[in-house]
Design a protein around this ligand. Sequence first.
Ligand code: ZN
Length: 215
Amino acid sequence: MFGSLCILCLLFSGENKAWADSWPEKTKNWVWPVEGVITDTYGTRGGHHKGIDIAAEIGTPIHSVDSGVVTRSYFSDTYGNVVFIQHDNDTETIYAHLKKRLVFEGDVISAGDTVGEMGNTGDSSGVHLHFEVHANEWTFSKENALDPFLVLNHDEDTLVVSGKMNGTNMDTYEVKSGDTLWSISERYNVSVTELINKNGLRTENIYPYQILKMP
Ligand SMILES: [Zn+2]
């Protein structure tokens, strides 16, 4: 699907067509759970990645995208410390790999409330938030999963990230196995410092599938 050259086709293809029409209205007041670097997008890893990954510093506060009720708050071997929130608009959102959970089952919360701190717990290979959105509710097979990019308000930056997926846009670069900031800087004639500043990186470590903004 990433071979598509049509971003709108990409946005509105898939099994949740009926939902697509109601997303903008239903989720127009949603806030992003955290600001950071998008390190993986929906549908990668052979279609098994049913959310997006956003990396920032460990302990960064994670916010509920909307008001709702906490349906689960527990430790899972895969999700690590994870919080599930059911929203009035027939969606459920998942916040995984948290360092710490700050809300518990049954808690009523408002949009933007802090639900936990970014961490690296469970089946995770770096500090990041794994965030999922499901129509109606989460299920084990995740068949209700939606691309979070479609329901979170886009700004220009996230649209650029989406555009990158068809491989024609050098505003962003997807890190390949074996890349270093040095090798990327050599190949594209930019400096390591520019890459670090442009992406707000706190270390020189990068990893496969990470999306870098190019200076
Ligand atoms: Zn993830």
